[in-house]
Design a protein around this ligand. Sequence first.
Ligand code: F6R
Length: 260
Amino acid sequence: MEVVIVPGPGEAGALVGDAIAGVLAARPAAVLGLATGSSPLAVYRDLARRHAAGELSFAAARAFLLDEYIGLPAGDARGYRRFIADNLERLVDFAPGAVRGPDVGASDLVAACTAYEEAIAAAGGVDLQLLGIGTDGHIGFNEPGSSLASRTRIKTLTDQTRRDNARFFASLEEVPRHVVTQGVGTILDASHVVLLAFGGAKAAAVARAVEGPVTAMVPGSALQLHPHATVVVDEAAAASLTLADYYRETWRHKPPWQGL
Ligand code: F6R
């Protein structure tokens, strides 16, 4: 696992934007894995800027969302499909239908989860998966106790996650309890996983995921099993990392041609 400590989200956005531009340059029909929430916003801003400057096209690319709330009306501003539409899809040139999220409106949700897995596989798998991490260590919405081999399925959010996400809703009561999320096993199938975390509230979860034991109690720790996992954090989110100096030293001396 590579840990890169950056001054802030802007630098992270540029760094991860470079990596995504590299993936799209090598394979214009690449498949991207998209996270929602605050952590990937700087990356989406960077990608939109590159597209506006004529440097980057998503015309042949496809994308799959990590997760979605169950129970919000279709197109609801707090839904994750809408978040991605507003913060990336509408700002670049994805072809119609190229960006997909779990079909939480399906009458048979279990079948919809299987269909989502099949769609990712049929697209050839995810080339680069963006992730955030919850304060309880979740990736996607795989809450503590999630099987490290799990696939796309229905999950119940912890109270902690509902409280963390209440900032997007008028009240805590409005935050849905249920979601569909890619599983930990689904996430680990991506060729490259890039986790972003900023701020002191994430420091404990980042340290447990990166340096703690691999355990279902910290789903983010499963990234230790991935051969190409990158963790991009600011100083505050890196504050509890035992090997922070080593990560800085390693990054400082990394040959630029290697990229992320
Ligand atoms: C979002 C997702 C979640 C978030 C995590 C952190 O699609 O899967 O795992 O990445 O809850 O959220 P933020 O970035 O808002 O702190």
